[in-house]
Design a protein. Sequence first.
Length: 76
Amino acid sequence: MFTATKHIHVSYGHRIPAHGSVCRSPHGHTGRIEATCAAAQLPAKGEQTDMVVDFGFLQKLMMDVVHAGINAAPIL
């Protein structure tokens, strides 16, 4: 089994209104998102020869998911 793991970092803001500390005010964090792909065999030909996954494709896919949902609105 072959695996490949890609990490991306995203920044986001939120607040916890009922919290008794500074968390009740808007503040930000940086989060790490990880995706792991696996393949029983590596392709012998084509664009992804000897690759589990093209990291450029995987990074774009991950960022598209982030921007489509998680990054669409503040987390309140």
